[in-house]
Design a protein around this ligand. Structure first.
Ligand code: G1P
Length: 287
């Protein structure tokens, strides 16, 4: 069955980005010219996703406001003849058919995904963690949908990570199938470097079969006292094949100030409107 739905998890506390995230959701932080949530929605739209389920905290109004039509603002822009600004505002609300689901308690990524169970129903679905921005020719989710169609099991995006950083990730025990695809033999969430089964680490894109929900329900709290999706995936592995896919594209971890700064520079340099001017500006800085 085709992957038609995507879950975007946006209910985290953004603790790595405090105090910027004290009153503003991490997903609303701007990267160059639009908030992170919009990059996730654009990736969904360009990957053929029809419905998006955004998991939010109950008090997180701004995400909904950003993604909905804004008739008053649109009318004002129209009256002033600001057509490109009007297009930019309208574009956001046309990216996806969106529904919102609350995660009232922050009990971990697995728990956040479980909140989407009723909205997803009995079909395969994608998950996007919006602080992992993947920049590339073909959207990462679109690439993963092809792998799902080819192999028919859950697919997780991975990349090679330096040994001293693997303990910040879920890590895969891979059995290589081809250059970019491995069968997953096991997974560990945030292992100590000497306990990591490989350097292939999970980044924030997944395609799951709906059986993952039963597995999350069976998953006890794991690393840092949270219900980890990686542990639920380990349970799913006992029943179904799962695949790790080394996507084409560059990932930026925008979940920290330094990661956001690096992503801003790299994507800023590529910006069609002001990339050249930004390059000149950087070049004349006395570094
Ligand atoms: C989460 C997952 C982890 C994955 C990472 C990718 O961790 O639990 O397996 O490697 O996202 O960004 P977090 O970054 O939320 O601690």
């Amino acid at each position: 069955m085709e992957v038609r739905k995507a879950v975007i998890t946006a209910a985290g506390l953004g603790t790595r980005f405090l105090p910027a995230t004290k009153a503003l959701s991490k997903e609303m932080l701007p990267l160059v010219d639009r908030p992170l949530i919009q990059y996730a929605l654009e990736e969904c739209a360009s990957s053929g996703i029809e419905q998006v389920i955004i998991i939010i905290r109950p008090e997180q109004g701004t995400i909904g406001e950003h993604c909905s039509p804004a008739p008053e603002l649109e009318r004002m822009l129209e009256d002033k003849g600001k057509t490109s600004e009007l297009d930019a505002v309208r574009n956001v609300s046309s990216l996806a058919d969106i529904c919102y689901v609350h995660q009232a308690e922050q009990l971990g990524l697995g728990h956040a995904i479980l909140m989407a169970k009723d909205a997803v129903g009995d079909e395969p679905f994608a998950v996007i963690l919006p602080d992992d921005i993947i920049d590339g020719q073909v959207p990462a989710l679109g690439q993963m949908k092809r792998i799902y169609d080819q192999y028919g099991g859950s697919v997780v995006a991975v990349e090679h990570i330096a040994e001293d950083k693997v303990s910040s990730y879920g890590v895969v025990d891979p059995q290589k199938i081809d250059d970019k695809v491995s069968r997953v033999l096991g997974l560990v969430e945030k292992p100590a470097p000497d306990k990591a089964p490989s350097d292939l680490c999970i980044v924030g894109r997944y395609i799951f079969t709906p059986q993952i929900f039963d597995m999350i329900e069976k998953t006890p709290r794991g690393a840092i006292g949270e219900i980890q999706i990686t542990d639920a995936m380990q349970l799913l592995l006992q029943e179904q094949n799962m695949y790790a896919y080394a996507f084409d594209g560059k990932r930026h971890d925008t979940g920290t100030p330094l990661g956001m700064l690096k992503a801003s520079v790299e994507l800023g340099l590529k910006n069609a409107a002001f990339g050249d001017e930004f390059r000149e500006y950087l070049a004349q800085l006395e570094l």
